[in-house]
Write a protein that binds this ligand. Structure first.
Ligand SMILES: Nc1ncnc2c1ncn2[C@@H]1O[C@H](COP(=O)(O)OP(=O)(O)O)[C@@H](O)[C@H]1O
Ligand SMILES: [Mg+2]
Length: 244
């Protein structure tokens, strides 16, 4: 593990008991992500991407293997210690936004700041919402906001505590093209400005290509990939992914 590692993973295995027997979801994952880096994880549905993100974000525990987050070992921490580490260092953005329905936009963004005892939570939340272009929607509840607006509230909420690492699980998966671009632009802008490490799961090759490195998950195994620009022809003007 080098000094400037945000995430180091050694031989991570996750298996669960099912009625058909033991199911190995992650089968020996190794990964090293530097502080401030942005990485994308691509791969088919069911390959283990969300399971990996949940483990890296200390939301779940591995069967075996090691995870270091900003130098701290996650493996072996009890629930209380994991919760403290999450609060201090980690934010998460989900495909389904996961805002609190009973809180308005401003209150949703204030919530983690208040839980962390950050001073001037309201002023900071207002500034974050202005940053994502939602100053005119402070008192709207989630069901009064469009999908794109809800995800921008979630981004404001994710950055208010200045996390070391931000995990985003298909953050544009429920958005149309124009809203995807807007949300992605904000994510990368804030990531650059605040020097957060970004780990993003996506099916969108163009979004993945905006990250500094790309990985592919296949059947519980992770490999780094090169995103290859195909020569533009009439039949083919898209990008493709090749595992290395
Ligand atoms: N708690 C669990 N019990 C049984 N199977 C699970 C559990 N969690 C995930 N899985 C299975 O593990 C595989 C990987 O899931 P997931 O990480 O959600 O994949 P992805 O995010 O790549 O679509 C899937 O086949 C899923 O059904
Ligand atoms: Mg998933």
């Amino acid at each position: 593990m080098s000094d400037n590692s945000a995430i180091t993973v050694n031989n991570l295995i996750k298996s669960v008991a099912t009625q058909e027997g033991r199911l190995t979801i992650l089968n020996g994952i190794n990964l090293d992500v530097k502080l401030g880096e942005s990485v994308a994880i691509l791969g088919p549905s069911g390959s283990g991407k969300s399971t990996l993100l949940g483990l890296l974000a200390a939301l779940d525990s591995p069967t075996s293997g090691e995870i270091y987050l900003d130098g701290s070992p996650l493996h072996g921490l009890d629930e209380e210690a994991k919760a403290a580490l999450r609060k201090q260092k980690i934010s998460f953005i989900f495909q389904s936004f996961m805002l609190v329905d009973t809180l308005n936009a401003l209150e949703n963004v204030m919530l983690p700041a208040e839980l962390s005892g950050i001073e001037q939570a309201r002023e900071k939340a207002e500034a974050m919402l202005e940053r994502v272009g939602l100053s005119h929607r402070l008192t709207h509840f989630p069901n009064q906001l469009s999908g794109g607006e809800q995800q921008r509230v979630a981004i404001a909420r994710a950055f208010i505590c200045e996390p070391k690492v931000l995990f985003a699980d298909e953050p544009t998966g429920n958005l149309d093209g124009a809203n995807s671009d807007k949300v992605a632009n904000m994510l990368f802008e804030l990531n650059r400005e605040s020097d957060t490490t970004l780990v993003l799961v996506t099916h969108d090759l163009h979004l993945a290509q905006r990250c500094e490195r790309q990985f592919i998950m296949e059947a519980g195994r992770l490999s780094e990939s090169t995103l290859v620009e195909q020569p533009a022809t009439q039949e083919n003007n898209s990008v493709s992914v090749e595992a290395s």
